[in-house]
Ligand binder design. Structure first.
Ligand code: NI
Length: 172
């Protein structure tokens, strides 16, 4: 297991569309375990493989609080099979856009089909924070960021801020 570097806005890698996992190989298991370690270290509640630079459809989520027992879920090739018409607003953040939080409106409930690490097909119905989180992470697999759900003004403002910061860091 290893903690990997996070890809940060405005890195173009975040805009790549990730490819499906063809088989649950030892490499995929190692990737999932690195993702969990990286996510816990950050700390964050969700991570998509592209956020450590791997364009593969793998997502890790753990909504347990810092002092609670860990409850990791690894989603391979997750797909939304149903979304509620009812919407919900949640404040979101992203490990690729550190320390930036905004409210985003998304379907309040979703059904997700995915493969687990044993290659078994699973389906869950999610609501609340899990529904928000899994939709946010599936967006990452399609090159979409939560700031894409905001107004153009807000999106441009935060993108500019991070671009400036990246230039400063590469100049330092
Ligand atoms: Ni994110």
């Amino acid at each position: 297991m290893a903690i990997r570097d996070l890809v940060i806005l405005p890195d173009a890698v975040l805009r790549q569309v990730s490819a499906p996992v063809e088989a649950i190989t030892p490499e995929i298991k190692a990737l999932a375990s690195d993702m969990l370690e990286t996510m816990y270290d950050a700390p964050g509640i969700g991570l998509a493989a592209i956020q450590i630079g791997v364009p593969t459809r793998v997502v890790t989520i753990d909504l347990a609080k810092q002092d609670e027992e860990k409850t990791p879920i690894v989603f391979i090739n997750p797909e939304i099979t149903w979304s509620s018409e009812e919407m919900n607003v949640h404040e979101e953040g992203c490990l690729s856009i550190p320390e930036y939080y905004e409210e985003v409106e998304r379907p309040a409930r979703v059904k997700i089909r995915y493969l687990d690490l044993d290659g078994k097909e699973q389906e869950i119905e999610a609501d609340g924070l899990l529904a928000t989180c899994i939709q946010h992470e599936i967006d990452h697999l399609n090159g979409v960021l939560f700031i894409d759900h905001l107004s153009r003004l807000k999106r441009e403002r935060v993108t500019k801020r991070f671009a400036k910061q990246a230039r400063r860091e590469s100049a330092a």
